[in-house]
Design a protein around this ligand. Structure first.
Ligand code: FAD
Ligand code: UDP
Length: 400
């Protein structure tokens, strides 16, 4: 049915079986599943001027394919997610590699065998590595917070080095808090790796970039006669919720509503804002073939920005003489200032606040929250896709 800007005159929600808010992974995966499995007619409302949510990519003025909302690398261990998304794209065999700039020396992150030798010298690095192997086994992921609990003096030395030079300053920039003040699952995303594999996601079974980019993947997912996308439409202007019913455009709505935006926004933040961190992404095009050796370099001991991404290194795009890089400057998030809420700040108090908002919709059987924002989770693309597939399963089984 296509993608258009704004709602057509006389738009009637009742024509649709499903209203989806948000055209990111959460919304579009649900839309596609419900259209093709139930024959549901779906309207997607998206307040931005484009599809694909935070995975959106586009060719910049220099012709470089860039990711507007930060570097996105597809990786998963889920067959189901991979089977589903692979219907809409081929993948390149890109394997993401990250180097940390530690006082001017580039070392692999996750911190691994090679990083140890670079940090401590070949001989001592090898000894320390053997100690790690003896303690944890080879090809094992060890969260830094777990490594820090060990009492052995050599392991303490490694843990202190990695904590100070990889995690402490980067995390202070990213979150405004030290690693030990943050939910352990966040640091656990980038464990020390006891092995030689220098990929950022060494245990993901599927990894790569969509061959024509993420926006193209979304265009294909949306290519369905029963799906219409309305861009530049803020659902908050149309949607009203009470404890027992939902209305769209001023009339009670009996179809399914799938909401993928921030939950607090639906209620005017009246219990207080759900805390997030934001980022300022600063792009720069340079007249060189290549700026840095890998997709992303993390600045873990210096600079105000956390990392620099060079898109051509990830997409494999061949474009001699120019390249575009992007620096990420973390920011506190303040609702109403036009920033993007990129990262939920996960702690007990914030999870409780989320639950209180969530309780507001518990009586609404046709209203569903899914996605990184609506579930207030630190999801990667595959986690959101899995969650959207599960929600679709539930809705499909209710209607069969
Ligand atoms: P979103 O992509 O945020 O989509 C939600 C959509 O809803 C948005 O388009 C928004 O405009 C719209 N919306 C919200 N409210 C309204 C409203 N009221 N009316 C209409 N529309 C509304 N994942 C990976 O797997 N690999 C990576 O390398 C990776 N890198 C990342 C880097 C950064 C900097 C960030 C922040 C995230 C990264 N992610 C990565 C995570 C990935 O971006 C998310 O998992 C995924 O995009 C979430 O999809 P979503 O649909 O839940 O949310
Ligand atoms: N982190 C760090 N140093 C690094 C890489 C990661 O301190 O070199 C910490 C930081 O707190 C970050 C978290 O680990 O927010 C998760 O990192 P990841 O790369 O998964 O973050 P994302 O890509 O989601 O921004």
């Amino acid at each position: 049915m296509g993608i258009q800007s704004g709602l057509p005159a006389g738009f009637s929600p009742d024509v649709y079986d499903v209203i989806v808010v948000g055209a990111g992974y959460a919304g579009v995966v649900c839309a596609r599943r419900l259209a093709e499995s139930c024959g549901f007619k779906v309207a997607i409302l998206e307040r931005r001027g484009h599809i694909a949510g935070n995975a959106y990519d586009y060719a910049d003025e220099a012709g470089v394919l860039v990711h507007k909302y930060g570097p996105h690398i597809y990786h998963t261990i889920s067959d189901r997610v991979n089977d589903f998304l692979s219907r809409f794209t081929d993948w390149t065999d890109y394997q993401h590699k990250v180097l940390a700039n530690i006082h001017g020396t580039l070392m692999p992150v996750p911190f691994n065998h090679r990083s140890l030798r670079l940090a401590f010298g070949d001989e001592r690095g090898e000894r320390l590595y053997q100690k790690l192997v003896d303690t944890f086994g080879e090809n094992k992921k060890v969260p830094i917070m777990e490594l820090r609990e060990k009492n052995d003096p050599e392991l303490v030395e490694v843990a202190d080095y990695v904590y100070e030079n990889v995690f402490l300053h980067y995390t202070m920039k990213q979150w405004g808090q030290a690693p030990d003040q943050i939910d352990p699952s966040v640091m656990g995303r980038v464990p020390v790796f006891v092995g030689d594999d220098d990929r950022y996601f060494p245990t993901s079974t599927y990894q790569g970039m969509p061959a024509q980019g993420y926006t193209a993947l979304f265009e294909r997912m949306l290519e369905h006669d029963l799906i219409s996308v309305f861009l530049d439409v803020d659902a908050r202007d149309l949607l009203r919720l009470t404890e027992t019913s939902a209305s769209v455009c001023g009339r009670p709505y009996g179809g399914e509503i799938i909401y993928t935006g921030p939950l607090d926004e639906l209620f005017g933040l009246d219990l207080g804002p759900l805390p997030y961190r934001s980022l300022d992404m600063v792009f720069e095009t340079l007249d060189v073939d290549q700026f840095q050796p890998v997709g992303t370099v993390n600045y873990t001991t210096s600079e105000d920005f956390t990392r620099i991404t060079e898109f051509k290194n990830m997409t494999g795009q061949v474009l001699p003489g120019r390249t575009t890089i992007m620096r990420e400057y973390p920011q506190p998030y303040e609702p109403g200032r036009g920033q993007t809420p990129y990262y939920a700040i996960l702690d007990d108090a914030n999870r409780d606040l989320y639950k209180r908002y969530r309780a507001r919709i518990s009586g609404l059987v046709n209203f569903h929250c899914v996605g990184r924002l609506a579930e207030y989770r630190y999801y990667d693309m595959d986690g959101v896709t899995a969650s959207a597939l599960e929600l679709s399963d539930e809705i499909i089984s209710e209607h069969n």
